[in-house]
Design a binder for this molecule. Structure first.
Ligand SMILES: Nc1nc2c(ncn2[C@@H]2O[C@H](COP(=O)(O)OP(=O)(O)OP(=O)(O)O)[C@@H](O)[C@H]2O)c(=O)[nH]1
Ligand SMILES: [Zn+2]
Ligand SMILES: [Zn+2]
Length: 514
């Protein structure tokens, strides 16, 4: 009887129970699978949070971009986003394998190795769980794939968007620069080369890292975040009027500071050419002073563009006011005397170059005169007292003028070599304008025989130079070389009230018109 029970009834009962269990087994398997899917999704979100937000060491598998090595923090879509995707992929793969293995191991332990109920019950149950885990693991893969894919697609689209934005911003910048008449960049006031993109120092006083190229791109679209966390606008367009950064010349041999206003407005280059002591320096000072006088009377505003120009002008203003004498221009490489003229949209950055006369005559030195290529208007300073005919032909007896202030260089000896020099630099002059400043007019005041009549008329001055001073060849050469030539008699002096002679105002106005 016991045998019947053991070998027939119990197995039959077990089989019946097993059969009945088969009906609920799928439900158990599906539930276990769903539990695994939900657990894995939860873990994926945690991983996402760790990789994208927490960024703690356990979530780092690819070394980060270090701003200290690169000067600035990268824009998320220029590198870091892809790095995050790679980290997600490696860590996700590991997490998946580990989680699924753990789940299987738990079932094996509890149902097969050390079951708490009889194996006859635990084995079918364990197999059901195995099945459930298999389904769960299989279903999770595409789900994870979709999550990852959506993120990768988003990163891809935003990366393309970021690159297009950077390109568009750079394009806009170039267009604006071209509109300002600076398609090849701004003029370095020290080496006279064109600088399309100056280098900028971080404005943070404790940092001062120099960023060679801050344009929109890898390190920021609108602002770049310096390694010190200070934000720097990436384009001149984004620098507000009172927060203009002063760049530095990008040419290796130079690196000198640019004007803070450079690039924000059109530029005008005005070279002063003339023999030694012709009166260039004093004329330059009087031009700026005259603009300051006009501004004080309600005319266009004017301000010196950099500390060097401000200091020079201060000294020169004093010379003008006490009617003192300027010192000879140093033969070292000249620096532009720069000022900003006008307001708002009408602002212009003007660079006046007072170059020692011998530079133009000396062929080897032409390198230092690169700025003439950017000039549309030239000023030739002509001291009439440097011409022999002034002393011998104008009046029957020798003119009663203080000859110690006279230049000793014949204007003809300066003009032709200067023009030659400009030609060798590949600069065409047929569209350029020439202002001829017949200098030191005040010294001749009260002696009409020594001055053109009237002294304010360009044609009268031209005729006077040709007929009375015998500078026929010089005047002809000027007319031949330049597109437009205009003559002025100038007195670079100030009156008792410190106001510059009116002859300078007319002259400056013409020079800056072009
Ligand atoms: N009275 C008077 N003196 C002038 C005028 N322009 C220049 N001078 C004087 O002439 C001398 C030479 O003038 P500068 O302006 O130094 O001449 P420069 O052409 O710059 O000369 P370098 O620097 O040697 O190339 C100085 O003593 C000036 O004070 C002027 O319009 N009126
Ligand atoms: Zn430079
Ligand atoms: Zn910094």
């Amino acid at each position: 009887m016991a045998e019947i029970l053991t070998f027939i009834v119990v197995p039959a009962l077990y089989l019946v129970l097993l059969l009945l269990y088969l009906f609920v087994a799928p439900l158990i398997a599906v539930l276990r699978g769903a539990a695994l899917v939900s657990e894995l999704l939860w873990r994926y979100l945690q991983l996402l949070h760790g990789v994208l937000r927490l960024r703690t060491p356990e979530f780092v598998t690819v070394p980060p971009y270090r701003p200290a090595d690169e000067l600035a923090h990268r824009n998320y879509f220029f590198g870091p986003a892809v790095r995050d995707l790679r980290q997600l992929l490696t860590q996700g793969r590991r997490l998946y394998v580990r989680s699924v293995e753990d789940a299987y191991r738990r079932v094996t332990d509890r149902q097969f190795t050390a079951p708490t109920v009889h194996r006859a019950a635990s084995i079918p149950y364990g197999l059901t769980l195995y099945l459930g885990l298999g389904i769960g693991a299989a279903v999770t893969l595409p789900l994870w794939g979709v999550l990852f894919g959506v993120q990768a697609l988003g990163v891809g689209l935003l990366t393309v968007g970021a690159r297009l934005t950077a390109l568009a911003l750079r394009g806009t910048d170039r267009a604006v620069m071209a509109l300002r008449g600076l398609p090849r960049g701004m003029l370095c006031p020290s080496c006279f080369e064109r600088v399309p993109h100056p280098a900028y120092d971080c404005p943070n006083p404790t940092c001062r890292r120099r960023h060679p190229d801050i344009r929109p791109g890898t390190f920021g679209l609108f602002r770049r975040r310096c390694a010190c966390d200070h934000r720097i606008p990436t384009l001149l367009l984004f620098m507000s009027r009172d927060a203009r950064l002063a760049g530095h010349c990008a040419h290796e041999h130079c690196g000198k500071p640019m004007n803070p206003d450079a690039g924000h407005m059109p530029e005008l280059v005005l070279p002063l050419v003339g023999g030694r002591a012709a009166g260039k320096t004093q004329l330059m000072a009087a031009m700026v002073k005259s603009l300051e006088d006009t501004a004080a009377d309600g005319g266009p505003a004017v301000r010196l563009a950099d500390p060097e120009s401000t200091a020079t002008q201060q000294v020169l203003n004093e010379v003008l006011e006490i009617r003192g004498h300027t010192r000879p221009t140093q033969k070292t490489l000249p620096r532009a005397h720069s000022f900003v003229l006008g307001d708002g949209r009408a602002e212009r950055l003007v660079h006046v170059f007072d170059t020692a006369g011998e530079r133009f005559v000396n062929r080897e030195e032409t390198d230092a005169l690169r700025y003439v290529r950017a000039a549309r208007t030239f000023v030739f300073v002509l001291d009439p007292m440097a011409v022999d005919a002034f002393w011998t032909r104008l009046t029957p007896e020798r003119p009663a003028v203080d000859g110690t202030l006279a230049s000793t260089v014949d204007p003809e000896d300066v003009f032709s070599p200067s023009v030659q020099t400009v030609h060798t630099m590949g600069k065409r002059l047929d569209k350029a304008r020439l202002a001829v400043a017949v200098s030191k007019r005040d010294l001749l005041a009260g002696q009409p025989a020594l001055l053109p009549d009237p002294p304010d008329d360009s044609d009268a001055i031209r005729t006077w130079l040709r007929e009375r001073l015998g500078l026929r060849n010089l005047v002809r050469a000027m007319d031949l070389e330049f597109g437009e030539v205009r003559f002025f008699c100038t007195a670079a002096v100030a009156d008792e009230r410190g106001r510059v002679d009116p002859s300078i105002g007319v002259f400056v106005e013409w020079c800056l018109r072009g």
